[in-house]
Each structure stands twice: as structure tokens, then as C-alpha cells.
Design a protein. Structure first.
Length: 113
């Protein structure tokens, strides 16, 4: 077991993200998790992520506020305690369209897992 205290976690720059802060809570380097990693993303109003796809699955779980996830077919707004699964190679864009910050847990498998 390895406990992670939020006060000890360092932010990192997530590619293609804007007006947000990303914190990697668990992963190979942080806690030895081998199959997936977990992060905490804080999006300012208007913050988000550009449209992109990756070979990994993702789960987004909104803790506070709301974010909108957009793909080529639909637009889904997630509020506190809502979650969504994004399949491998499925493109998506994220945007906080509200006037309040939003916080979201992100779980992503490692490509080789």
C-alpha cells in the first residue's frame, strides 16, 4: 500500500489542455500502479482539452462543478458524481462551459497494460 496526500502531489502540464491544473495521484512512478494511472484535473471556467484520441481507455468522474465532453456524435454534460467511459481510440474534447471551477478524477490504462 502507498498513501498519497494531496499536499505532496506536484502539478504537470497535460498536452493539449488549457486553463486547468493536472495532478497525477497514482501511476508507475508515483505509487507503483502498473495497469493504470489516476489523476485529478481542475478546470477553470472556459478550461478544457482540445479534440484528441489516444490508444488508451479513460474514465472521467466529476467531483465538483460540471464539464462537457464532446465527440463527433454527441455532447454530454457531466455534473458532480457523474462519470463517463471513453473507449480506446475514441476522440473527445472537454470544456467547462460554466462560470465555476470543475474538478474531475481521470483514470487511464497504460498502453502496454
Amino acid at each position: 500500500m502507498k498513501k498519497v496526500e494531496l499536499k505532496d502531489v506536484k502539478p504537470y502540464q497535460a498536452p493539449k489542455h488549457f486553463n486547468m491544473v493536472a495532478l497525477k495521484l497514482h501511476g508507475k512512478e508515483e505509487t507503483g500502479a502498473q495497469k493504470f494511472w489516476m489523476g485529478l484535473s481542475h478546470f477553470l471556467p472556459g478550461g478544457g482539452a482540445e479534440y484528441d484520441a489516444s490508444p488508451t481507455e479513460k474514465i472521467y468522474f466529476v467531483l465538483d462543478g460540471e464539464v462537457t465532453v464532446i465527440n463527433q456524435q454527441e455532447r454530454i454534460t457531466l455534473k458532480a458524481w457523474d462519470s463517463i467511459h471513453i473507449g480506446a481510440n475514441e476522440g473527445r474534447e472537454i470544456i467547462n462551459e460554466s462560470n465555476q471551477p470543475a474538478s474531475m478524477l481521470v483514470v487511464i490504462n497504460y498502453p502496454d497494460a
